[in-house]
Ligand binder design. Structure first.
Ligand code: RTP
Ligand code: MG
Length: 181
């Protein structure tokens, strides 16, 4: 059975939106996504928190939850476990425990990809050249001290939001020994 022209074009719009990563609830609204954003110790030391939050809100995200926390080595090893075999891991642990971090749950349609786009490439020194308007270009320094973090997939976002804000008793274990500020 063929669709009429109006329903056909509507389906085409839905297909196009889906190809951009949008999904739709049954009532037809785009589905909002949550992601974890973090301002790393260099961002807090440099007093960039208020400016970054302004950019976040101006870009259409809602900040659902936020907190400052001093991570310890165990917390960082768990959070960045995917990098545990990399040569830069000891340096990353030292950096991420050098001062408090500020974590936020951000929400909007396409939040995960949009936040990653807004923060820019990992190497802040390259971001200053290729993505001068990105957050890492503005407040980061180099490949390691890049000021902010963003979840890189729906799975990472779910894990990282639970890591900091918890949806089970296990969150207390993951943040064991961290100092809430
Ligand atoms: P993030 O997880 O913090 O959002 O950063 P990312 O996805 O852009 O980069 P990723 O590869 O996940 O690396 C995690 C963090 O490790 C530090 N790093 N250092 N010295 C190095 O070669 C190096 N490479 C990465 C950065 O702080 C990076 O954000
Ligand atoms: Mg990463």
């Amino acid at each position: 059975m063929s669709h009429g022209s109006s329903s056909g074009s509507l389906l085409a719009i839905f297909d196009l939106a889906a190809s951009w990563g949008y999904s739709f609830l049954s009532h037809g609204s785009p589905e909002k996504e949550k992601t974890l954003a973090m301002i790393k110790p260099d961002g807090l030391f440099g007093n960039y928190t208020d400016e970054i939050k302004r950019v976040i809100l101006h870009s259409g995200f809602s900040i659902l939850k936020e907190m400052s926390i001093q991570l310890n080595e165990v917390n960082v090893r768990l959070f960045y476990a995917e990098h545990s075999k990399k040569s830069f891991f000891p340096s990353l642990v030292k950096y991420m425990t050098s001062g408090p971090v500020f974590v936020m749950i951000l929400e909007k349609v396409n939040a995960i990809a949009d936040w990653r786009a807004l923060i820019g490439p990992t190497d802040a020194s390259k971001a200053k050249v290729t993505h001068p308007d990105s957050i890492r270009a503005i407040c980061g320094l180099d490949l390691e001290r890049n000021c902010v973090h963003g979840s890189d997939s729906p799975q990472s976002a779910a894990r990282e939001i639970s890591f900091f804000f918890g949806d089970t008793l296990s969150s207390g274990f993951k943040l064991f020994g961290a100092s809430y500020i």
